[in-house]
Write a new protein. Structure first.
Length: 530
């Protein structure tokens, strides 16, 4: 394992980053000298502003960023690959990952004055276990605590031992519990929150408060004047007085124009050819190593006129055979990444198994489609209208046509694409980096998972994934991962052309504004250089 892989694994099981480095014989985390941060100021961030909903049903990183200033997390994923406690001060895990002991941070208050304690932690975990809540992806992440008959947390799964301690008892080992607590749908809400727009509700433990939001336009937070934030003594900050997320649409040309006009200080993400363009105007670039990606998938469960051709394994495999992933990386993302292999497990994941490159044989693809009687079938490939996903979709469509298939393109604006991303018969979706290999497989490909956009339902895959979730040792898990990867590719579930390097740019006046591998913006630590 490299350093990042080791830190992800060790810290998720309860070690601090420093202790993990000592155990692994690694150098301690570097403590580079930080520029002095001036208190105050308004940070202007270019980012799509999306309509908010119950946090456990968040399905885009931007939603988490819009509320992260006041809705905090039990655990935070750090850019070096480690996990550190936020509303949890620490945790411990038994040897087979069936028992977790959560130590709740003391001295935390909600911004309405209520004390934050173990009951808040237990209640939120129980909310995550509610399988009846629409769009709740958290339920699939905590299956070992759910009663299959009631669809709710199992009796005895969550126990409050005292005001600052919660015990979790799982029905099966699960090494991903802590990592899942750090993902963006795991924002912690107050007991009075009953669903709906959390911006309107407004109660949280973070240092900021919501002020104003219009989807597609702007989202404004300001430092809470009356709330004493627990994190100042631990992490420093917050430094900013106000944060404005400003929506300039999905065309990076508009982001570039806003930067040139000094209308923003920070780009949420810089993509494609605009990485060079932002370099050219003198903005500071930061880069994150990630397992972020895009997948082009044919949905096996989508409603189509007539018979859905994507239920046929040989049809799905033919689509993948017709696409050279290296061409997609070059034309779709300007080569800023690494070629992937159609199985959604990254070389930077702890238990990655190298099963070789994805096969490419357009002549065979045409033969298979012709044998299926679908040479005249028109595949409509849907993508969002942005720079890199549109270009990647175009690259896929051209290659499918070169193989003799008929393809039409539908390119939708974000407000039409994002709410329906799981429903299109044939489309492209971006997927975030997640630290552990088992996480994204559980979210995207387990039968019936909330984010399973492919409609893939395979009992053998589910059983292998259950097995992988029990194996904390990455070398042991690698054997199972090889089987999972092979099964996904043999079934033609996805065309997954490349892994993305992620970039952002800022105007050079900011401190702690580096691109986060999971697209998170930690507002409490960003400030303007003195």
């Amino acid at each position: 394992m490299d350093r990042r892989e080791f830190l992800s694994r060790a810290t998720s099981l309860g070690l601090t980053a420093g202790a993990a480095c000592a155990l692994g014989g690694l150098p301690a985390p570097a403590s580079a000298e930080q520029p002095v941060i001036a208190p105050g100021g308004t940070l202007r961030i270019q980012q799509n502003v999306k309509p908010l909903k119950d946090p456990r049903s968040y399905d885009w990183s931007e939603l988490g960023n819009q509320t992260r200033g006041f809705l905090e997390y039990l655990v935070e994923y750090v850019g070096d690959g480690s996990f550190r406690g936020m509303l949890l001060e620490s945790w411990s895990v038994n040897e087979d990952a069936t028992r977790y002991l959560l130590n709740v941070r003391k001295g935390v208050t909600w911004n309405n004055g209520d004390a934050f304690d173990a009951d808040d932690v237990a209640r939120n975990i129980a909310r995550w276990c509610d399988t009846t809540a629409p769009g709740n992806s958290m339920a699939g992440r905590f299956a070992g605590m759910i009663d299959a008959e009631t669809g709710q947390a199992r009796n005895g799964a969550i126990t409050v031992l005292d005001d600052s301690t919660v015990a979790l008892a799982l029905s099966a080992p699960d090494i991903s519990v802590i990592a899942n607590m750090a993902d963006y749908p795991a924002a912690i809400v107050h007991e009075s929150y009953a669903g709906g727009d959390p911006f309107v509700h407004g109660i949280g433990t973070g240092p900021f408060r919501p002020v104003f939001m219009v989807p597609g336009e702007t989202c404004i937070l300001e430092r809470h004047p009356d709330h004493i934030w627990w994190g100042t003594d631990v992490y420093g900050g917050p430094y900013l007085d106000r944060v404005e997320f400003i929506d300039y649409g999905t065309n990076p040309s508009s982001w570039l124009a806003a930067a040139i006009a000094d209308e923003v200080d920070l780009l949420y993400e810089t993509v494609g050819d605009f990485v060079d363009a932002m370099d050219d105007i003198g903005w500071i670039k930061t880069r994150a190593q990630t397992a972020a990606t895009t997948v082009i998938r044919a949905s096996q469960s989508a409603a189509v006129v007539g018979t859905n051709p994507y239920t046929k394994r040989h049809v799905r495999r033919a689509l993948a055979l017709a696409v050279d992933n290296a061409i997609c990386l070059e034309l779709g993302y300007g080569g800023r990444g690494t070629v992937a292999a159609n199985h959604h497990v990254s070389p930077i994941h702890p238990a990655y198994a190298d099963i070789g490159p994805a096969p490419y044989d357009p002549a065979q693809a045409r033969k298979d489609i012709e044998a299926a009687g679908l040479l005249g079938y028109v595949h409509e490939l849907v993508t969002v209208d942005d720079e890199w996903q549109r270009n990647t979709g175009d690259a896929v469509a051209v290659q499918l046509r070169d193989a003799g298939l008929r393809v039409e393109r539908r390119i939708l604006p974000g407000d039409q694409f994002w709410p329906n991303w799981r429903d299109f018969p044939f489309s492209s979706t971006q997927w975030n980096h997640r630290p552990l290999d088992v996480q994204v497989l559980s979210l995207a490909y387990r039968s019936g998972a909330a984010w399973n956009e492919t409609g893939f339902a395979n009992a053998e895959f589910d059983a292998l994934l259950d097995r992988a979730n029990t194996l904390a040792d990455a070398e042991t898990r690698r054997e199972v991962m090889a089987q999972l990867e092979t099964l996904l590719r043999d079934e033609g579930v996805i065309i997954q052309p490349y892994w993305r390097a992620l970039f952002n740019h800022h105007n050079g006046r900011l401190v702690n504004a580096q691109k986060h591998p999971a697209n998170e913006i930690h507002l409490y630590e960003i400030g303007f250089a003195a």
